[in-house]
Write a protein that binds this ligand. Structure first.
Ligand code: C5P
Length: 400
C-alpha cells in the first residue's frame, strides 16, 4: 500500500544516536510512496554521513545554509516549497529548544521557521534531558505553536539508562505520518471494536475456538484511530500486535469479552463487533485435565449458548451506533439481512467466510436501510478505511 504516494517529505536529522534509525526511516517512507529530501544539522553528520542519506534518499543532502548548489541560494526556503511536511527525526533537546524560541542559526532551523507546510518532530534524547522542565516547557510551546510531536517511546537508551526518550521506531513513525495526513472526522469520538476469536475452555489445557486471525478487526481499529477517534479494541487471542495508539483489552472467552465491552460501552459513540465469538461454550468445564486413560471413551461435552454481545449492546437504551459482521459460507445476502433484523443493528457488514479467513484481502458487502453497497476486493486496511468512511457518512446523514 502506498499511503504516502504523492507526498514530498523533508526529513530533518538533528544530532543524536537515533540518527541510525533515520536511514531505515527514509526507506520505509519511500516504501509508503513518499519522496524524501534529507536535511541534516552539523551535529547529525557526526552520527551518520550525508553520503549514506544521499544514497538512500536518491537526492543530494543539504547540511548548510551556505550551500551554493541552489541557483538562487534560497535552500532555506525552496527545500520546503511543495512539501507536505517537515519531519524531524531525531529531534534533539537542542533542536527542540531552538524551535521553541524561533532560533534559526542553521539550515534546518531556518527551514522550519520559513516553512509553509506542517512540522512534525520525533524527539530522541536521554530520559533526564526529556524529563527536564526546560525540555517539557519547550515541548509544550511546540504543541501550542501547532507542531506535532510523535513520541518519544520508553525503553533501553544508548547511554545504558532506561526510560522515556527513545525515538519511535521507523515503522511507527511511518504509521504516524500516514495517520497525520488522514482526515479526522471521528475526532472526539470513542470507538469500541471487538476482534479475533474467543476461546472456550473444556479443561485447563483444551478448548474450542473459531477460526479468526483478527486482521479485519485490527485494521478497523487502526482506521478508526487514523480518523481521529479514541479506540478501544477488545481482542480475543490473536498473534497480532496492537495498532499504535489503540487501547487493547485482551480477553479469552465470550463472557470475558462481554464483560469488557459492557464496561467500555457507556462512553462509546460507535460499536463495531468484528469478533468471531463462539456461539457455544462448555456447560461445566473441568477444573483438572480430562484423562483418556481409564477406558471411559471420549468425554460427552454439554454446550450452552453464549450471550450475544452485539445484540445486547444494540438493545441498550443509550446504544452507540452499532455495526455487526456476518461471515457466511452460503446465502450471504439472506443470512446477512436476517442477522441485521435479528440483532437490530443499523449496519451489517457481510463477507464470504472462505474468502476472508486469515487472508490479507477481502471484499465486503454493506447492508443498511438504504440498501446494499459493495466494497470491492482490496487489502483489509484499505477496506477498513472505506468502512470507517461509510460509517462516517451514515452518522453525518443521521445528524449525529
Ligand atoms: O450470529 P453471528 O455470530 O453470525 O453474528 C455475527 C456478529 O455478531 C458479529 O458482529 C459478531 O461479532 C457478533 N456476535 C457477538 N456475540 C456473539 C456472537 C456474535 O457480538 N455471541
Amino acid at each position: 500500500m502506498q499511503e504516502l504516494a504523492g507526498k514530498h517529505i523533508v526529513l530533518g536529522l538533528s544530532g543524536g544516536i537515533a540518527c541510525y534509525k533515520s536511514a531505515e526511516l527514509t526507506r520505509r517512507l519511500q516504501d509508503a510512496g513518499a519522496s524524501v529530501q534529507v536535511v541534516m544539522s552539523e551535529a547529525a553528520t557526526h552520527f551518520i554521513t550525508p553520503v549514506t542519506m544521499q544514497a538512500l534518499s536518491g537526492k543530494p543532502v543539504y547540511t548548510s545554509q551556505w550551500d551554493a548548489r541552489m541557483d538562487n541560494n534560497m535552500a532555506h526556503i525552496d527545500l520546503t516549497r511543495g512539501a507536505a511536511a517537515i519531519l524531524i527525526a531525531p529531534a534533539s533537546a537542542d533542536l527542540i529548544a531552538k524551535l521553541a524560541h524561533g532560533q534559526c542559526d542553521d539550515l534546518l532551523t531556518t527551514l522550519c521557521l520559513a516553512r509553509d507546510c506542517a512540522l512534525v518532530v520525533a524527539p530522541a534524547m536521554n530520559r533526564q534531558m526529556w524529563a527536564h522542565p526546560a525540555t517539557q516547557r519547550n515541548i509544550a510551546q511546540l504543541r501550542a505553536d501547532g507542531i506535532h510531536v510523535l513520541g518519544p517511546a520508553a525503553g533501553d537508551q544508548a547511554c545504558g539508562e532506561v526510560g522515556l526518550g527513545r525515538m519511535l521506531e521507523p515503522h511507527d513513525l511511518v504509521e504516524s505520518m500516514i495517520d497525520f495526513f488522514q482526515p479526522k472526522p471521528l475526532r472526539g469520538q470513542q470507538v469500541l471494536v471487538t476482534a479475533g476469536p474467543t476461546f472456550e475452555a473444556i479443561d485447563p489445557v483444551r478448548g474450542i475456538t473459531n477460526l479468526s486471525s483478527g486482521k479485519m478487526g485490527y485494521a478497523i481499529a487502526r482506521a478508526a484511530r487514523e480518523a481521529g477517534a479514541e479506540v478501544i479494541l477488545v481482542s480475543g487471542p490473536t498473534a497480532l500486535a496492537a495498532p499504535m495508539g489503540v487501547t487493547r483489552i485482551d480477553v479469552r472467552s465470550a463472557r470475558d469479552m462481554q464483560a469488557a465491552v459492557m464496561a467500555q460501552v457507556p462512553t462509546a459513540q460507535i460499536f463495531i463487533a468484528v469478533a468471531a465469538v463462539a456461539d457455544w461454550r462448555i456447560a461445566n468445564p473441568s477444573t483438572s485435565k480430562l484423562k483418556k486413560e481409564g477406558g471411559g471413551g471420549a468425554p460427552a461435552l454439554e454446550f450452552v449458548q453464549n450471550p450475544d454481545i452485539l445484540a445486547t449492546v444494540a438493545a441498550l437504551p443509550n446504544r452507540p451506533y452499532c455495526v455487526g459482521f456476518a461471515a457466511e459460507t452460503d446465502n450471504l445476502d439472506a443470512n446477512a439481512q436476517s442477522k441485521r433484523q435479528r440483532k437490530n443493528v443499523p449496519l451489517l457488514v457481510g463477507n464470504i467466510a472462505q474468502d476472508a479467513l486469515g487472508a490479507d484481502d477481502n471484499a465486503l458487502i454493506l447492508y443498511d436501510d438504504a440498501g446494499v453497497t459493495t466494497l470491492e476486493r482490496a487489502d483489509k486496511q484499505t477496506l477498513a478505511r472505506q468502512l470507517i468512511a461509510a460509517i462516517v457518512v451514515r452518522l453525518q446523514g443521521a445528524g449525529q
